[in-house]
Design a protein around this ligand. Sequence first.
Ligand code: ANZ
Ligand code: ZN
Length: 617
Amino acid sequence: MTDQRFNPLAADKRWQERWASAGTFEADDASSKPRSYVLEMFPYPSGRIHMGHVRNYTMGDVLARFRRMQGYEVLHPMGWDAFGMPAENAAMEKKVHPGEWTRANIASMRSQLKTLGFAFDWSRELATCEPDYYGQEQALFIDLFEGDLVYRKESAVNWDPVDMTVLANEQVIDGKGWRSGAPVEKRKLSQWFLKITDFAEDLLAGLGELKGWPEKVRLMQENWIGKSQGLQFHFDLAEAQGDIASVEVFSTRPDTIFGASFVALSADHPLTQALASQNATLAAFAEECKAGGTTAAELETMEKKGFDTGLTVTHPLDPDWQLPVYVANFVLMDYGTGAVFGVPAHDQRDLDFARKYDLPVKRVVSDGEETNADFAGKEAYTGPGKIVNSAFLDGMTVEAAQQNVIDRAQAEGWGKAQTTWRLRDWGVSRQRYWGTPIPIIHCDDCGPVPVPKDQLPVVLPEDIDFETPGNPLERHATWKHVDCPKCGKAARRETDTLDTFVDSSWYFLRFASQPDDRPFDPDVVKQWLPVTQYIGGVEHAILHLLYARFWTRALASIGKLDFAEPFESLFTQGMVTHETYKHGDGSWLSPEEVEKNGADWAVISDGSPVTTGRIEK
Ligand code: ANZ
Ligand code: ZN
């Protein structure tokens, strides 16, 4: 008798072979059916499929099959986000070539995904580390360069003085290099930037249209873009310092101008630098500030420190009122004007600072209860209310007073309405081997010249060594020595590679259309895009999704596409997590290796004690 029991291994295999040979899940570009593009964020080929992948791709798979059953022509592709640091780390640790390591991982993960039987269109598989992908990315980079959306500028990087190499932010742990343990220095390097800030207003406005996105993600992007409207104005110095006669500040709260009690400069402010060149104590303080953190959270929580310059400035609305000028560690040079006026009663950082340096704290906004100028306590009042203790502003609402001060400043010529953005241009240069080579040649006479498109792709050299620290492309004997495409003189190839977020900023276009001779066919792309449903981890809520939205707009602005938003609907899945287990020495144990032993946990094989930890990804 034949075995009547269902044998999934045999049945899956039989059906998967049938699907493959019939091309069941291959999307037809010429189809006349309505279309549905179901996309899950493509994986990094780290080694093996984990449960997070299974969860993510299962959700997409269910939706893709459902849409197909409903009569849609479905595009449901799969590929590999294959450049990045882990491959270089493996090269250094295991002495394997990053390409070999990556391609072996892709092979095993592909076979795992195939075994799972997902309904992917494998005919469109791509890997960002292959020249047929990154060469087209180079072509797009050149288009953006020619469209004036790319520029070069000096910018600080993390430099490991022992390993003599640039470190990514995630390789800096507590201010020290992850391998050498040496204190990391800031170094200035000339790097490439993409003009995402040109699209700030548009990226913000576009969020309002994304009805199929979680509110939470839209809000995170809004905060990241960070539009602030306020007043930019100057305080005159009582005594000019060389050619600096005033201090320009930006404030979103001009209504609180009568509550000002000091002006604070960033450590990098030109006035700080001028003073520091004559004052070693100030110079040392400024250095200390620069070593500190710069994220909003860090600025919020770190101890507020200042240095009294001894200078004073005049209040713009009262010529008899002088305010002290400090250098403070919580003022950033690259936001607003790099200087602020402090209103301790209504800003927490200013209050912490004022209490520490014993500066006046004057109430100018009343919540309706307290109206007197004396402000007690350790918590600034930042809520709505009526203006008090502020001359002609008294009795106005916060909003009315803001408008009043802005109008007055503009009429009297000491300030103007100003919009400031938190978003910065996107620095895409990485001093790394395993990434897309930036297709530029530096010539002493012609400056940076794009590689002519008929010479693309600029392929990564295979013969590299990771024994010496630093960027292997920089050290390679011949790769960077090329002639200038414009004048023919000996020139130098750019040895930086692109941030891997660039690779994932357009892969959804290449899935929709992948001709050999250009990045995509816009007419075919238009049939499929925007992606009907995008699915992935919420950890990509800001950077990846914002960069992809920017890249799509940037291509549209130079006429390569005719739509702005790449993803119509977004679903952010949760993360698969589990309680964690470790040996006494801190090394990881998997859940199968441990058992409960009374109230504690022990290693099954030898009974040794186990430390349990947080629930983690
Ligand atoms: C006076 C004031 C009074 C302020 C008050 C706030 C509350 P957002 O909304 O994030 O744009 N600021 C301006 N430039 C800064 C810099 N380079 N580094 C640190 N802080 C800076 O914040 C704008 C406010 O942040 C500005 O408004 C300024 O402080 C501060 F009751 O001015 B405000
Ligand atoms: Zn030249």
